[in-house]
Design a protein around this ligand. Structure first.
Ligand code: NAI
Length: 464
């Protein structure tokens, strides 16, 4: 079977970029990305392609090439489901904030709503692709909903987790390390469905890089990949604290161990802690699943990755307070960067949010500059924590348009995101306009310690 019409439910950080690339590489397939968020869809359709809602290097060019040709964005979910022979579900799967499994389990209500909508609308056979990250065995629940509430049509369910990293989504999608497709390998129809999806990716991915497995392995591989990646960050961050008290340097340690081919050099950068919408939620989900099977040691092992990350954010904030003579009350602290990493405007679970919150509790005045994050988003992130009233947040936080403006008259500057532009700021001028002693806290090990100390800064970097 050749797929001619794809629908993707969810036009977010995953649905948008993945579908844009599929459309770019497969001109004969019509790809429609749908979402209930009208504002988001309007932004995807903005005549000025630079205004698309997700910032990713190279993405606006891809959208400009395919949009209106075979790539469409719409709020008409029913129509897109009806027309499609393959439907990707790419909706959010946040951590539950209520009831059973609160704070741990994945909230699958958006997934279930999609399944019920597909079942209601579908009048012919369809392949359903789980693109969202889901707990292992979710496909089973989806199948039961689809088969029991549908119109008697046949649904094949595939798991096709997404491994792109925000900030490099376009290159990751163009040249994936692997594409993983899980399906029912034991039935003819299952194998056909797998092949149909393999054929979509084969437009640009070499067959050796397309892996097929059973559905459960595929679902669990995504949680495992994120757990391993986050674990590396927490491992090197744990060593960063030990480095600070022993005069070892975490960068030197990382280099030394990274040259061991069994360990490898990537993902060994000490920092103020990982953020992003996925690592924490997926590990919590893994912990919840392990616990629900009574595997308490497995659960405790992975939970430690999160505890270490929380500790790292807290100790960075505490270091600022301690260094500033044990009080930041009424002091101006500039945060450079708010996004959870460079080259994205995504702020979900960003370390900056938690460090700011800690410092606000210590009555600091915070000034933020981020090249891609809006004031509206920064305030929304803090309001969401619910630590203090919205009025107080607006009183204590200022958002400015340049790094220089953020740092002027500040008691301290903290680098929260590794944006390249922070490396080449005129640090000498910044030093001149700060209060003295001028404290600089590098939460990303981005800056040159020697050069900045020579300029006069009291410089602290994680891990040395
Ligand atoms: P997102 O929150 O940016 O996008 C999800 C979109 O789905 C939202 O725009 C929402 O309005 C829409 N939606 C929810 N329910 C809907 C419904 N019933 N009908 C139509 N639209 C609906 O989320 P993001 O970041 O794209 O993540 C999606 C999934 O992909 C999650 O499961 C996540 O774990 C996974 N993932 C995310 C990665 C990332 O880097 N953000 C990487 C790999 C996987």
């Amino acid at each position: 079977m050749k797929v001619k019409n794809i629908c993707c439910i969810g036009a977010g950080y995953v649905g948008g970029p993945t579908m844009a690339i599929i459309a770019q590489k497969s001109p004969e397939i019509t790809v429609t990305v749908v979402d209930i968020n009208e504002k988001r869809i309007a932004a995807w359709n903005d005549p000025d392609v630079e205004q698309i809602p997700i910032y990713e290097p190279g993405l606006s060019e891809v959208v400009a090439e395919a949009r209106g040709r075979n790539l469409f964005f719409s709020t008409d979910v029913d129509a897109a489901i009806d027309a499609a022979d393959m439907i990707f579900i790419s909706v959010n799967t946040p951590t539950k904030t209520y009831g059973m499994g609160k704070g741990m389990a994945a909230d699958l209500k958006y997934i279930e709503l999609c399944a019920r909508q597909i079942a209601r609308v579908a009048k012919n056979d369809k392949i359903i692709v789980e693109k969202s990250t889901l707990p292992v065995r979710t496909a089973e629940a989806l199948k039961r909903i689809l088969d029991n509430t549908g119109n008697g049509v046949n649904f094949q369910i595939l798991s096709n987790p997404e491994f792109l990293a925000e900030g490099t989504a376009v290159t990751d999608l163009h040249k994936p390390d692997r594409v993983l497709i899980g399906g029912d390998l034991d039935s003819e129809k299952g194998r056909e469905a797998i092949q149909a999806l393999v054929d979509v990716y084969a437009h640009w991915v070499t067959p050796d890089n397309i892996l097929t497995t059973n559905v459960w392995s595929s679902e669990l591989s995504k949680l495992t990949a994120n757990a391993f990646l986050a674990q590396r960050v927490s491992s090197i961050n744990a060593m960063s604290e030990l480095c600070e008290v022993t005069e070892a340097d975490v960068q030197e340690v990382a280099k030394a161990i990274g040259m061991d081919s069994r360990i490898g050099p990537k993902f060994l950068k000490a920092s103020v802690g990982f953020g992003g919408s996925c690592f924490q939620k997926d590990i919590l989900n893994l912990v919840y699943i392990a616990k629900s099977f009574g595997l308490n040691e497995v659960a405790d092992y992975w939970e430690q990755v999160i505890l270490m990350n929380d500790h790292q954010k807290r100790r960075f904030a505490a270091k600022i307070v301690k260094t500033l003579f044990n009080t930041v009350s009424g002091k101006k602290i500039a945060l450079l960067g708010w996004a959870f990493k460079k080259d994205t405007n995504d702020t979900r679970e960003s370390a900056a949010i938690y460090v700011a919150d800690y410092l606000l509790n210590e009555q600091a005045e915070i000034v933020v500059y981020d090249p891609k994050v809006t004031q509206e988003q920064i305030l929304a992130d803090l309001d969401y924590l619910g630590t203090r009233s919205e009025e107080e947040n607006r009183k204590l936080i200022t958002v400015v348009n340049t790094a220089e403006a953020a740092c002027a008259e500040a008691h301290a500057v903290a680098v929260m995101t590794e944006w390249d532009e922070f490396k080449t700021l005129d640090w000498e001028a910044i030093y001149t306009h700060m209060l003295k002693p001028a404290f600089l806290f590098d939460g990303r090990r981005l800056l040159d310690k020697e050069a900045l100390t020579d300029l006069g800064f009291e410089f602290y970097a994680i891990g040395s």
